[in-house]
Design a protein around this ligand. Sequence first.
Ligand code: KG4
Ligand code: ZN
Length: 334
Amino acid sequence: MSVTILAIESSCDETSAAVCADGKILSNFIASQSVHEQYGGVVPELASRAHMQNIVPVVDKALKEANRTLSDLDAIAFTQAPGLIGSLLVGAQFAKSLALALDKPLIAVHHMQAHVLANLIDQPKPSFPFLCLTVSGGHTQIVLCESPQQMRIIGETIDDAAGEAFDKSAKLLGLPYPGGPLIDKYAKTGNPQRFKFPEPQIPGLDFSFSGLKTAILYFLQENTKQDPQFVDNNLADICASIQHRIISILMNKLKKASKETGITDICIAGGVSANSGLREALKQTGEQLKWNTFIPAFQYCTDNAGMIAITAYYKFLAGEHTALTVSPSAKAEW
Ligand code: KG4
Ligand code: ZN
């Protein structure tokens, strides 16, 4: 039997729709919202309004690109949690209405589980069990994934997320939001050993990034006092040194998780997995420690409906449908 699913993602500031047929992503259309740049972060009310404007054309575009119509669909999937409630509501109401109108099953998807399962899109795929380091603007988690339905968090941040560490550092450097990709860009020509930032000593597999942010703040205050042009004159080295430390915090915990669990199929996911330094570090560590490493294609790293579609596909196969009475939720139990 062939299964075609339309999936919608609207948890934060990207409106996205994807069509998936038998586990293959046929289209993954993403409308980003540039309106937030001027505010230095996502403004929830503006995000909801933009989703309202975007949702119909985005779904239309995803269907057209996939060469499918509404009558081809076997199920409608959407991001149910976690995220900004006003943003989630737009996608959830749209998906519920469409499922009701077409009389097709509805499938609710957990955004963070979908980031992990983005690794099951295209070849080669990791074997179960695998570990996934999910690094986004709101989360930093090491997930042990035993099957598409069975995953558990074995380590997570106790304060800021890795993406926040990038974005807040960038803000201190006077760079616009989101600063992660800019730090990545400037770091490419910088010396990562030039400035030393502290590595926090957190027990187990948990992470902490708030100390790093404070250390960077004091470092910049100190140096700009002596040289007001310090940031401009040393931007590449500062970015490279900050990025180096964020990556070493992430990679050290990932190595520890692999050692403790004996699992060597290792994935990364989430917006920060687009970071070129992290991708390279994963590759190099993988070669050293004989891991099989996996990174989703770039378009499936940041928020996208393709990852919602692949997760929904496995739920569909397992017969997991969701009642139309479902509500979205800003926070979600795993
Ligand atoms: O997964 P995502 O798109 O949205 C959330 O669910 O949070 O992640 C967004 C985060 C932002 O913090 C952004 O700065 C970061 O991913 N990011 C990067 C890069 N590309 C995106 N951080 C570092 N280097 C990058 N190349
Ligand atoms: Zn995300």
